[in-house]
Design a binder for this molecule. Sequence first.
Ligand code: KG4
Ligand code: ZN
Length: 357
Amino acid sequence: MSKKPIILGIESSCDETAASIITENDQGIPLILSNIVSSQVEVHKKFGGVVPELAARAHINKIDQIVQNAIDESGLRVEEIDAVASTAGPGLIVCLSVGLSFGKSFASAMNIPFISVNHLEGHALSPKLNSNLNYPYLLLLISGGHSQYLSVQNIGVYKRLGTTIDDALGEAFDKTAKLLGIEFPGGPKIEILAEKGDPNKYKLPKPIFNRGGCNLSFAGLKTAILKISKNIKNEQDKFDIAASFQKTILDIMYKKTKNAFNEYEKNKKISNKTFVVAGGVAANKKIRTMLAKLCIENNYKSIFPPINLCGDNAAMIAMVGLEKFKMKQFNYLDYPAKPRWPLDEKAIFLKGSGVKL
Ligand code: KG4
Ligand code: ZN
């Protein structure tokens, strides 16, 4: 029996300092040995959003302890680690540089391979940590900075089918929360408030609903909520806005995902109708339930990461590292941090371009 690779993953692209150790069993099923995530919410709370300089300092202060905790919790000795995988982008350059430099130094000191990881690829492969996921598949990546439908052919081989032309879905949740006076990070709290509200109280716009294929747009929603929020009189009004916002998102994502299925199936070589939803917003239970139902209606197998692996973590970074390690895809120690690093490098940049669809 050959020794299974042991990978240390490091994540520091935004406001989470994270480290994880994973390996796999004899059947090739990944095993998470440790997964430590240290959030900086308290650091950024009073500013209403992530302050890059403060985030970078917090990463610097914590990273060695977080990596040490991940090693301790795994029950392994540091010499047993076979490779280090660090997020190299996309993200805030001052933050990326911390985890990247730490990973490179660790690899150099231990004389083991270094692997640079695209954070978005981490989200894309995160369901492999708990499901038997085979290529190809259709991916919906919904996070704080990205909202895209991608045809995933293999590791590193992505074709973007649709993207947001303005705000990301997580950003829409966060901005709505801010307008309702909810403390940062407010996105996840919208789901809780919506439980107590009337989803039909407010009719909100659905930008590019009937055009643009599976491209998305959410900026118009924020403008509409800005107007309504000026008349908030009591808590119930907030619940109703949250519920109406979430219902509008569900309607948009239902229609756009159906369009994405059609787009995906245009590739006649696709035999495997699997739909994967990943990224922070994939933790939203209403969105999960709606998309799972849509998959049943359209004969797709739906796969979601467990809720605790939807948000940023280092297990997903180690997962990409494990796959790349098996293919011997290592990187030199001069690998740069890449603030912008799309999965489909050939796709044109649409976000914020104000393109007409
Ligand atoms: O993937 P992630 O942790 O970080 C990025 O790579 O951006 O995603 C964070 C985003 C935030 O915008 C957050 O508000 C959103 O995911 N999010 C949610 C929920 N949990 C996290 N949005 C809606 N409902 C949730 N339950
Ligand atoms: Zn992320």
